[in-house]
Design a protein around this ligand. Structure first.
Ligand code: URA
Length: 438
């Protein structure tokens, strides 16, 4: 047996038996995994062992470093301004990245935002941005730097060289049902952020029925783990746990969310979207040193929106990423969903709203599925509003009735009309700072 095979087997045995992997072995394995040189059976076995046994904090930090070192980080040393980013675990109607990235750029930060695509009930930021005619998100490193020089912000896919071990492991985890492991999720997210060469990061970790994890204790543990991991890689990081028990904003669906993001950048967006965008802009302005304190950061963020500077950055970023200037795609048909009874609007399982949009053709069941960017749902009423029977709840944008019946069934399941208003949790539930891990 070759020395490499023996080393791989030893690594598999250590983790199978619940031991901790040491940094040198992790770096060796992940470098090879990133080059596609480790057989899938071995990798899947190792991932399953991590799933069952978890990882100790120093071991997880070593694993994350190994993921970063499996590729080449961006080199943003030619930019003087602070480099920052935000990551969200995703939710229904979560389009925060679209207005936030250009707002941060207009406030004097550089934003190299590597994002993902949607799968299942949530939409992906890249898919939303690609609803804009001509926009490209699969960019090489040179193109990423060009967009940053031009607009100060870019929203793009993981480049070929950024954390390639993560690309291998994530695709494999998806195929063998090993996605929902806290150490694997945390290291996957943080490795890509660290490889962006950023100074400061905020994490939006969602809780509630539309979130990726629904149990609040697990959400907290994920947030704390990611904060500590990113801090261990010298990225100033904090997290907010935010409520995803109702759709964020009014629009769910790719082009509709771009339109709502544009409204937010004009200061005309829904209040919950504005609240989240401002909270993350303030967190990053303070942690990166662009603003002296929260008050100054709020004033700066508001001024950038009111003056039109943030909206102008968005259009500049889109143009630098290939936007042709054509109008957003619009669905040819709209169905109005009305309330069956009188009551106060609430959401039971808000995940059903995301799945309704998928039924219309605006989401994926498999990574290779095509998306219809024009379809979706726009809520005319928000959670907590009193409605009468027959009042308009939402407009369903569809294409010739495709998936409409199934979508309407899901929307009826998502909606609750109660006699009295259930206490809605605040949008910003908790803040997690470094050192709070327990
Ligand atoms: N997003 C990622 O990038 N990685 C995960 O493991 C889960 C969500």
């Amino acid at each position: 047996m070759s020395a490499d095979s023996e080393r791989l087997r030893r690594i598999l045995r250590i983790k199978r038996d619940g031991g901790a992997l040491e940094g040198g072995d992790q770096a060796w394995l992940l470098e090879r995994a990133g080059r596609g040189e480790v057989e899938e059976a071995a990798l899947a076995t190792l991932l399953a062992s991590i799933w069952f046994h978890g990882m100790e904090a120093p071991e997880l930090a070593g694993w994350t470093r190994g993921m970063v070192a499996s590729g080449r980080s961006l080199d943003l040393s030619s930019f003087d301004a602070p480099k920052v980013d935000k990551h969200s675990t995703g939710g229904i109607g979560d389009k925060v990245s679209l207005p936030l990235a250009p707002l941060l750029a207009s406030m004097g930060m550089v934003v190299p935002m590597i994002s993902g695509r949607g799968l299942g009930h949530t939409g992906g930021t890249l898919d939303k941005l690609e609803a804009v005619p001509g926009v490209r998100t699969e960019l090489g490193e040179d193109a990423v730097l060009d967009v940053l020089r031009d607009a100060g912000a870019v929203i793009c896919a993981q480049t070929r060289d950024v954390a390639p071990a993560d690309r291998t492991l994530y695709a494999l985890r998806d195929r063998v049902e090993l996605v929902e492991s806290l150490p694997l999720i945390a290291s996957s997210i943080v490795s890509k952020k660290v490889a962006e060469d950023i100074d400061a990061l905020v994490l939006d970790v969602k809780a509630g029925s539309g979130a990726f994890l629904t149990d609040l204790d697990r959400v907290r543990e994920l947030a704390r783990t990611m904060v500590e991991l990113a801090e261990a890689s010298e990225v100033r990081t904090s997290a907010r746990i935010t409520w995803m028990g109702r759709p964020l904003g009014r629009a769910v669906g790719h082009a509709l969310e771009v339109e709502e993001s544009r409204a937010a950048l004009r200061g005309e967006g829904p209040p919950d979207l504005a609240e989240l965008v401002e909270a993350f802009a303030v967190d990053l302005a303070v942690s990166s040193g662009v603003a002296a304190d929260e008050e100054a950061a709020v004033a700066l963020a508001r001024e950038r929106i009111e003056s039109g500077a943030a909206a102008e950055r968005f259009e500049r970023m889109l143009h630098a990423q290939g936007a042709t200037g054509e109008a957003l795609p619009e669905s040819p048909d709209v169905h109005e969903l009305t309330a069956r009874d009188a009551g106060i609007l609430g959401f039971g399982d808000v995940r059903e709203v995301g799945l309704a949009v998928r039924e219309l053709g605006g989401g994926r069941s498999a990574p290779s599925d095509a998306i219809d960017p024009a379809v979706g749902v726009v809520w005319e009423r928000a959670a907590g509003d009193r409605v009468d029977a027959g009042d308009l709840l939402c407009r369903v944008h569809h294409r010739g009735g495709r998936g409409l019946e199934a979508a309407l069934e899901r929307l009826e399941r998502a909606v609750r009309l109660e006699d009295s208003a259930a206490a809605e949790p605040p949008l910003l539930l908790e803040r997690i700072e470094p050192g709070a891990a327990g």
